[in-house]
Design a protein around this ligand. Structure first.
Ligand code: BG6
Length: 308
């Protein structure tokens, strides 16, 4: 690891520590207002804890199957360049490649206002297996920004090949909630969604999404802002995005959770996945030499009487 980057990380109250996730390093930042962890494996934001609160991101005791394409159900996995199953190759891993490879730490510093900044990079040429499964050259970056009451991720994908690149994607955020049964998602009223649990039937959302259990829905052309109201932890998480047309909601519920060996039976109670995505009809193409940006901003505040 580059010595200059390590010194800059130390200035931010950060360090690089060995981690259990694929035995790959993790960046840990402890500042007076928050602590954050990013696993280099998958470029995966694992945890963000505003001081005095519980984690905004769900943690699981289960780190996923110990195979190359084992899934991890916590933090913010990156799904790219395909969302869900690969349409041409049924044997390829679900949700693309980006979450299964080691990313590089590219930059450490601060934004002009002093917010902590970490930049990770993944290029197709870094791993022969990526080039084998996805022959079009690309470079991905994630710029993480941390503040006292939230974080943002600016994900960008550059098409370095000479052919148009078809892409579907998601920042698959596992938000930590006290209890999924009483968690509410506001902001999707009237939006058309594809219900993957009911043979991909098209439906229209009426009002608030609650309880948040046994849900697997892709909201198409969804608004750029929604809110998670956590009645148990009495907090409101505002999720805003740019460059994203779809919002995916996912929670496996008790039966599916029990069937999966890559999550604990009770995990589903404590997370709601609200994913900043471009999926199904909202998939898009990146022209040769062009790039696409997907931005996610997450802010937490106490739930007030006006919110309920
Ligand atoms: O287990 P994975 O591959 O991380 O996927 C979890 C879920 O992710 C969601 O985004 C999908 O809509 C679900 O269908 C899927 O089950």
């Amino acid at each position: 690891m580059n010595g200059q980057l390590i010194r800059e990380l130390e200035t931010l109250g950060g360090e690089i520590l060995p981690a259990s996730l694929k035995e790959c390093d993790e960046i840990v930042i402890n500042q007076p207002d928050f602590s954050a962890r990013i696993a280099l494996w998958g470029g995966h934001l694992v945890s963000f804890i505003p001081t005095g609160q519980s984690d905004l991101l769900f943690q699981s005791a289960n780190e996923g199957a110990d195979t190359r394409f084992g899934r991890r159900h916590f933090g913010v996995p990156v799904c790219w360049p395909w969302f869900g199953a690969n349409e041409k190759h049924k044997d390829y891993p679900a949700h693309g490649l980006a979450r299964y490879f080691r990313w590089q730490l590219a930059e450490v510093g601060t934004f002009k206002n002093g917010d902590a900044k970490i930049v990770l990079r993944l290029a197709s040429e870094d791993h022969p297996l990526i080039e084998e499964m996805w022959p079009q050259a690309f470079e991905l970056r994630q710029v993480f920004r941390f503040t006292s009451d939230g974080f943002s991720i600016n994900f960008s994908a550059a098409n370095l090949s000479d052919k148009t690149m078809p892409v579907s994607e998601a920042l698959h955020t596992y938000f930590h909630v006290g209890n999924n049964k009483t968690a509410e998602v506001h902001g999707l009223d009237g939006v058309i969604y594809v219900d993957k649990l009911e043979k991909s039937a098209r439906k229209q959302q009426e009002g608030t999404v609650t309880p948040f259990e046994c849900v697997d829905s892709v909201y198409l052309e969804s608004p750029d802002l929604c809110e998670i109201h956590d009645l148990d932890l009495q907090r409101k998480i505002t999720v805003s995005s740019a460059g994203s047309q779809s919002t995916v909601l996912w929670n496996p519920g008790p039966e599916l959770a029990k069937q999966r060996s890559d999550m604990e039976d009770e995990d589903y109670r404590h997370f709601v996945c609200v994913e900043t995505a471009n999926a199904l009809n909202d998939a898009y193409e990146i022209k040769p030499g062009d790039m696409h940006q997907l931005r996610l901003n997450v802010m937490v505040a106490p739930l007030t009487p006006a919110d309920v």
